[in-house]
Design a protein around this ligand. Structure first.
Ligand SMILES: Nc1ncnc2c1ncn2[C@@H]1O[C@H](COP(=O)(O)OP(=O)(O)OP(=O)(O)O)[C@@H](O)[C@H]1O
Ligand SMILES: [Mg+2]
Length: 387
């Protein structure tokens, strides 16, 4: 109190809105909706005081929430220093919060095969052909090379391209009525992939017809056995339609990575993405600029489409620029050969490795539960069950 808030700084309503992007992965809802935000104050210089009440004192997700709250508030225009106080709720309040979370999960989100500790990143754009699928598979490989287990859900039902880009082929098998994602190693980690491309052969198509016809993405989430994943990357079809809304409904904690290209990064896309974020359909984690500039074999760089659009878009919607990928013939040829550039060495691989590092360490870190990543839990489960 006392000091009037900075007119250039965020309002308390802005702070609350930003905190809606922070999800308690165990409870599957945002901390505002769950009633975990017990105090918000904005002071001089945009200084933000926030109090968050955890469900239990030794909450294994404490550092996760701490990180996410700070990241979201730092992205607010005009935000000053952030003072975050973590308290613990009393038993009555905890019961109430848990009840509300359970009610919400039951009422709103159908059960999915995705663990609460999996980070879900959907890769989308307002426009087709900007490189969503190429970015998705290369990011997935780069994350897996960090020793993680990464799911890839090809949500482009009619225009699937993930199997070709990853050089994967085969038929999805079923176990106890659940689809089993196809797997392949990538560096020290693994990829688990589901795509219509694995169901498209004649017999499979008949077998799954009832299942997949118009609710394929839902089936990929609900009727699949993904096992423990550190990340699930979703390759979205172009546009901002049904699939995006469905994902937001089924997995409200999904975060969106927007891929843009320099000429596209204009007002319209920014406005659309910001609007999507505002309406709470999908929260935006960051922006990747693809096809930035072209460097020929003589080392000359050509700004074919210009550059900097990614930065502008990111700034406009108040999220980080995760990275920029140049136009490079290898992106196309590696895709055609089914050997993602991120799987090799060289400059493009390094670009994706750096983006994976930024994601895993800063933007959307692996959810550690009591010191175990999902991958470690799975390893333990495997060891115990002897498979
Ligand atoms: N950085 C890049 N340099 C050169 N070619 C690229 C680059 N990124 C993607 N491409 C090529 O551009 C084309 C479109 O890429 P991609 O299929 O990944 O885009 P998309 O956004 O998923 O498209 P759609 O909207 O159809 O799903 C592909 O031929 C791909 O190989
Ligand atoms: Mg695509």
């Amino acid at each position: 109190m006392g000091i009037p808030p900075d007119p250039a700084g965020p309002s308390e309503a802005d702070v609350l809105e930003a905190l809606r992007a922070v999800i308690d992965p165990e409870l599957g809802d945002n901390i505002v909706e769950l009633g975990m935000v017990t105090g918000v104050r904005v002071g001089a210089g945009g200084r933000i005081d926030v109090e968050v009440a955890l469900t239990i004192a030794g909450c294994p997700l404490r550092s996760q929430l701490d990180h996410d709250v700070r990241a979201r508030l730092a992205a607010l225009p005009g935000a000053g220093p952030v003072e975050l106080t973590m308290g613990v709720m009393d038993a009555a309040r905890r019961t109430e919060v848990m009840q509300r979370a359970r009610w919400k999960v039951r009422e709103q989100a159908p059960e999915t095969g995705i663990d609460p500790t999996t980070r879900i990143l959907a890769v989308g754009s307002g426009k087709g052909g900007v490189g969503k699928s190429s970015v998705t598979v290369n990011l997935a490989v780069a994350l897996a090379r960090r020793g993680l287990t990464v799911g890839v859900l090809d949500a482009d039902i009619w225009g699937f391209s993930v199997p070709r880009l990853l050089g994967m082929d085969g038929d999805v098998e079923a176990r106890r009525g659940k689809m089993i994602p196809l797997e392949r190693p990538a560096g020290a980690g693994r990829l688990k992939v589901l795509s219509m491309g694995f169901l498209a052969d004649e017999d499979r198509a008949i077998m799954w017809r009832g299942l997949v016809l118009n609710r394929a993405v839902q089936q990929f989430l609900q009727d699949a056995e993904w096992g423990a994943l550190d990340y699930l990357l979703v390759d979205l079809p172009p546009g901002t339609g049904d699939v995006q809304m469905g994902l937001a409904r089924m997995l409200p904690r999904t975060e969106l990575i927007i891929v843009t290209t320099p000429p596209v990064a204009a007002q319209k896309v920014a406005a659309r993405a910001a609007d999507m974020a505002r309406r709470g359909y999908l929260r935006v984690a960051g922006v990747i600029e693809n096809m930035r500039d072209f460097t020929c074999e003589h080392g000359t760089t050509y700004r074919l489409f210009g550059s900097g659009g990614g930065e502008r878009l990111a700034a406009e919607i108040g999220v980080p620029l995760i990275g920029a990928v140049p136009i490079h013939p290898d992106m196309a040829s590696a895709g055609d050969a089914g050997r993602p550039v991120a799987d090799g060495e060289g400059e493009l691989a390094a670009t994706f490795a750096e983006m994976a590092r930024a994601i895993a360490e800063e933007i959307a870190p692996v959810i550690e539960t009591a010191g175990c990543s999902a991958r470690m839990l799975e390893r333990v489960e495997r060891a115990v069950s002897g498979t």
